[in-house]
Write a protein that binds this ligand. Sequence first.
Ligand SMILES: *Cc1c(COP(=O)(O)O)cnc(C)c1O
Length: 484
Amino acid sequence: MIKDREPLIFELSEEGKSGFSIPELDIEEKNYIPEELLREELKGLPEVSEVEIVRHYTALAHYNYSVDEGFYPLGSCTMKYNPKINEKTAGMEGFLLSHPYSPYELVQGNLKLIRTLENILSELTGFPFFTLYPSAGAHGELAGMLMIRKKLELRGNPRKIVLIPDSAHGTNPASSHFAGYDVKEIPSGEEGYLKVETVKEYLNEDVAALMMTNPNTLGVYEREIKEIAEALHENGSYLYMDGANFNALMGYVKPAELGVDVLHLNLHKTFSTPHGGGGPGAGPVGVAKEFEEVLPVPVIKEIDGKYVPDFNRPNSIGKIRSFYGNFGVLIKALTYLLEMGAEGLKKATEFAVLNANYIRENLKDTYELPYKTRTLHEVVFSEDSFKKYGVKTVDIAKRLLDYGIHPPTVYFPLIVHGALMIEPTETESKKTLDTFIETMKKIHKEAENNPELLKEAPHFTPVRRLNEVLAAKKPKLKYKEEEE
Ligand SMILES: *Cc1c(COP(=O)(O)O)cnc(C)c1O
């Protein structure tokens, strides 16, 4: 049974309780920390027994929702099932116990894993070089944009502007800005994909690059990408592709062959690693041949059958991450890739696209589809079919919680009013999709007949509707204000 509210661990605390019992010290106690750095006592730490702490965190876990629990169609996030075999390989002692400061001669296996994964990603995308160090998609974007900047600097002028379509992911402008560029937003147009003619209008000698999410946040494939790449190259600019949604393209499209210069992938989306709640992830970046010199250090080289980290690269953008990145995530991604194999990855793409289109076809007469262009791995509906009942997108999302389903991404992309962005991934069975479709239709009926029910949803979750803005604006980071 779920309690009204699980107490804070501080409220559970009782003086003198302890979560462990170890024998008394039978050797002389020696202190290696300088006296002045030692505290007399630790104030305010909760004191609980082992069973209490286990029950506390288990109770909190029951408040939560996860991919292992049910359908999680969060658009753009690719919440696919993460095979448990990944955890097994990532937990192998040889990997687990290798220290990041180990001399490279002693971690040859780890370095081989890095090279192997780079090679497979190269095969999948067509790029000759990859760096696996970025910790997330957005970090990959930053690394990629810094490489573009460096390359332009070496050519004599870093330029000033990065063009970004209004259908791109929100991290793209942020990353460009961090890399020192001004961002110019360009319209993707009524059909939901960018036209080369539009791009040409914005090209001038200040344009460093165009950053394109493909498939974009509408789930639409950028069908003029080749022509756009050519136009950019003629202008001396580069094409960056945000490939976080590679789940829709694996085995079918090699972005390097489309004229893309720099690309990032999200291992924690496309290649299965648990994510959400902040990581850890990995956002590898693939680059065309001419970018080899600017890759972050160390580049792992294979010399006479030995893997050697190469730091001596004068034009490199430098180090972007301590050690070798989020190594555990790399192990999981490689496990997934080897388990799936080339054919399996193609199948995953096919099912991801099929599942999204199954939902699209079955809901398009109930919910409003603002863009009619064919979509790939996700589908975006607008608020237009239920707004007339006084119901908002957030109400639909909250009501889904009552039916035990995680809501889709809402209010994104911004070019769709009250967007509901649904990405089922390849993981889900027809049965799950049918349940979701029926639930969505039922909720639409409720919106029509009983809008108040939706406006007060969720009704059956441990906590009801929270004030999310207040939590973001005035986070309460302390249990109690310090006593005077
Ligand atoms: C998720 C996502 C990102 C950002 O990735 P993070 O790992 O969250 O930093 C960038 N672009 C697209 C298209 C995404 O879906």
